[in-house]
Every structure is written in structure tokens, then in C-alpha cells.
Design a protein. Structure first.
Lengths: 149, 149
DNA sequence: AGAACTCATTACTTTTGCTAACAGTATCTC
DNA sequence: GAGATACTGTTAGCAAAAGTAATGAGTTCT
């Protein structure tokens, strides 16, 4: 229990889990504070990007995808709709459901966000070696899969 | 804006930042829900592990390390102290400061947590290839450095 | 047709972090 | 050495974000 090195801690799956968990928690907190467009929450941004990638989705599908409970997604969508970044249409087959998709402005915002994202994280990434960035590229994809499974 | 692949999105630092941000946010949310000892928050667990690794630390040092404001750390420490996982002593040289360290029970809990962490994340990690796990090992260290800088 | 389930929402609560303001202590400057 | 200044930890009050429980509308199963 003295001062185990990181490599010692990550030899096992459990140790890796511990380290990863702390690292992800810390970075998430940091990101929450440093977000570029302060008026958009982390969750809202995530939904915008998910919609940009997948097109139309139902609120339920979005909630599942973002690993959030449906009421939370209702709120996120309401906030995005208020700002006209997103709009809802009725599901053609099932009148309980809705389909959410980006508005023109939503698409513009995603694009603009991509362009001008010289924010905190991008800067930090710039300080890394190409090798490290390559590692993160691969890791991002794995992390995404992890939270899906 | 149709369906760009991940590799397209991560070619640039900005694109990588976007993907990483979403992935980290999603995983952090997921971890919050899936944590092994439900009575311990993510922040509390992080502090426990930090103390296990660094020994005695002042509240201020802990706050800086966890990227949290001092009042938040006060609460985290208070909660841990309430459960007698941690205890405080006066700093020998500076009477403003305190030193926080794990109690015997805190050490036990960290050990037990490590042992019985067959929880969600560990299981998920088990499904990865050795290569992917190696990537995450490296990534964990980089992510940690990112949130420090 | 009725029971059971699903989807989205509302209402309420909990968690978690923040800023501002403070009391006590240390350090710097004259 | 005395007073100003800065730092440490805490309290108080607030805000953001997510969770659970309950509800109304719609669908599916038997």
C-alpha cells in the first residue's frame, strides 16, 4: 500500500479499472469546467454530436446511447429545442414516439464548434507527441465501446 | 455531416478533442451509475486512491490534485472522516493546514475494493483484447497528465 | 376487450460542484 | 515589530445535472 507505480497498478484488469476510473472522472470534471461554449452542457454537446453522426433518433434511443435516464434526456432535448438546435417530429409508425434531429442551426453549430474548437482540450492535445495522440485516438474508440456495452 | 467515421473525426486535434470529450463524458456518467460500493461517490473513491498512493496530503493539495475547488474537497473529506476512512492531524509547521491520511479501515477498504472489484468496468475490460488493454493502460496515464496540465 | 408493457413527460429529490464570505494563521514590507 | 497582504480551510447559499417515482397516452399480447 506504499507507493505502487502505475505499471504495478495496471497489471491486472482490476488495477487498470481503478486507474482508468479515476483518470476518467478527473478529466470529466476538468472538461465540465473548461467547456468552450459555456452555454452548452456536456450532455447537450454529446447529444448534438451523436445526432450529427446518426441522424434521426428517438429520445429513448438517445438516452440509451448517452447512458442517461429518459427524464434527463427529455430535459436535454427540451433545452436544445428551446435554442432551435434540434427539432422533433412524430414517429410515422408509433404515435408514442418522436424523432429528434438537428435543425439547420444545429448543424451549423456542430460545424462551427468543430472549426473553432481551439479550446482547452485541443490545446492540451497539441502538447502531446504524435504517438500519444495516436494512443488516444484508439483509446477514444475503445472507451466509447466500453460505455456502450 | 452525414456519417463521418471516427478516423475522419480524429484526424485533427480538434476532432480528437470532440470525440474524446464525448467518450469521457459518457463513460464517467456510466461509471457513476455502476460504481461497486454505491455508498461511495466517484470523488470520494478518487481521494481514497490518491491517499493510498501518496500518503499524507493537505486538503488543498488534494483539491488541486483532483481538480476540485477547496470547498468541494472539504465536503469529500468530511464524508470520508464521518465514515472513519480517513483522519486529520495538524500540520506540524503550519497551524492553518491539516494533513489527511487513510485510517486502518480506509486502507482495508481500498484493499478490499481492489480485491473484489469484479465490477462493471473490470468485466468490460475482460472482454477486450490484450492489445486494447495495453492501449488503455497507456491512455490512462496520458489522460491523467492531461487533467493535470 | 382487457392486461401488460412501452414511451415521453412531470414532479420531486439527490448529488455534486461552484462562488462568496469568513476566521485563523503565516508572511512580507516598511 | 506592526500592519498590510496572502493563504488555508470552512461555512453558507446557490446552481447544474442526474436520478427515482408516478402519470398519461399509445401499442402489443392473449
Amino acid at each position: 500500500m506504499k507507493h505502487p507505480t502505475v505499471s504495478q497498478q495496471t497489471r491486472t484488469d482490476a488495477g487498470l479499472a481503478a486507474v482508468l476510473r479515476v483518470a476518467v472522472g478527473r478529466l470529466a470534471r476538468r472538461l465540465r469546467a473548461q467547456r468552450p461554449d459555456a452555454s452548452l452542457s456536456l450532455g447537450q454537446t454529446a447529444v448534438l454530436f451523436t445526432l450529427a453522426r446518426h441522424g434521426q433518433m428517438t429520445p429513448r434511443a438517445l438516452a440509451d446511447h448517452e447512458k442517461v435516464q429518459p427524464p434527463s434526456m427529455t430535459r436535454i432535448i427540451a433545452a436544445l429545442e428551446e435554442r432551435e438546435l434540434v427539432h422533433r417530429t412524430k414517429h410515422p409508425d408509433d404515435r408514442r414516439q418522436q424523432l429528434v434531429e438537428l435543425t439547420e442551426e444545429g448543424i451549423r453549430l456542430v460545424r462551427a464548434d468543430r472549426r473553432r474548437r481551439e479550446a482547452w482540450l485541443t490545446q492540451r492535445l497539441g502538447e502531446l507527441t504524435p504517438d500519444e495522440k495516436a494512443t488516444l485516438r484508439k483509446a477514444a474508440e475503445i472507451l466509447d465501446r466500453l460505455s456502450q456495452s
